[in-house]
Design a protein around this ligand. Sequence first.
Ligand code: ACO
Length: 402
Amino acid sequence: AIDISSLRSQSGYITLDYGYKNTGATTSAITFLDGEEGILHYRGYPIEQLAEQSSFLEVAYLLIYGDLPTKDQLAHFEHEIKIHTLVNEDVRKIFDGFPVNAHPMGVISSLVCALTAFYPESTNPDRNQEMIELTIIRLLAKMPTLAAWAYKNSQGHPVNYPKNSLDYCSNFLYMMFALPVEEYEVDPVIVDAMNKLLILHADHEQNCSTSTVRIVGSSQASLYSAVSAGINALWGPLHGGANQAVIEMLEAIKNDGGDATKYLNKAKDKNDPFRLMGFGHRVYKNFDPRARIIKKSADQVLGKLGIKDPVLDIAKQLEEAALSDPYFVERKLYPNVDFYSGIIYRALGIPTEMFTVMFALGRLPGWIAQWKEMISNKEPIGRPRQVYVGSTKRDYVPLDKR
Ligand code: ACO
């Protein structure tokens, strides 16, 4: 039973909304999302147009500063990012402390937080605008370097230093895949697909990781700490970790004889904790517009690269079966962005454990933009209330009397 007095607060009664399904935490001018109609806009621009025509850094600028950049603004932004791609050599010593099989999400969240040690001025809550801008640029510039190094570390390979003659995505691919023993050419098809994937992941209003970034930032902790917390929130399989879980699920189905229906039935069984990874979304109840773009892109990328992936056939079977199954139709469970992103990442040669890191690279401008908005709105510290359902007052019993 709930004691009604525990619901009372200074400003009225407390609402109880597990998972904040219907509770707005803030006002925001960054991303518009209509879950019923499957609409997603960044700063008013439809996601379809941005994915088709812009670059990831152009979208990052749009999200963070509110408008599309002019040619000069974009050139300046790209230049600033390029000159900050190196990370302090001492960061490499931290890598040495991780076991080779450390998950790269754990590695990058630790290293992003460790940036506070290299830039302690970022932890000063009285930071000026110049310091805020520098922290934003440093994060955008150093995340790909840290992410690629986390991968190299997991392979036992020497790291590649950034090559600033390359654009943002090409530079990341170079740091990931170039080996000292052979030539490495960045494939434009891969760069194009990566740009698209990062754009599609760049922001998604008040999701779990973004809310985490805003709430950590609201205590005036540094942007590095807030983003590090966001990376951890993204890691879970119900959020960004779903892209890794999708491929693992599709591979398990393939290795188990390729019977998609068997797994569909498992997902419907309420006594079985198994869920169909890549299906369902808290907000999209008709379709996920990002999934539509990605599905088309998956076909194109695989076609262009001449890859025939049996896992894609299983994904298609699963999607078709789910779309005509009353359980999924009644609950409005459709493939989400992560259902197809893993298939493209695989085709691009990105290892499975790096999938969620790719999501983090894409979501970074969204986290930054949302943090910046929260700071400039002067929002109060995030501090949800609760409804107490524990014991009423009781007296302490000494240990020998219990
Ligand atoms: N497979 C089987 N059943 C599902 C699935 C699924 N993937 N998703 C939801 N359901 C069922 C639930 O069991 C529940 O059924 P019930 O009404 O009979 O109890 C109903 O659909 C509603 O599900 P909820 O968990 O209440 O929905 P919620 O909005 O809380 O969760 C979520 C959304 C977490 C995305 C969920 O659909 C899920 O777990 N999906 C799989 C993981 C996934 O793909 N995550 C990526 C999300 S997208 C992103 O982060 C970019």
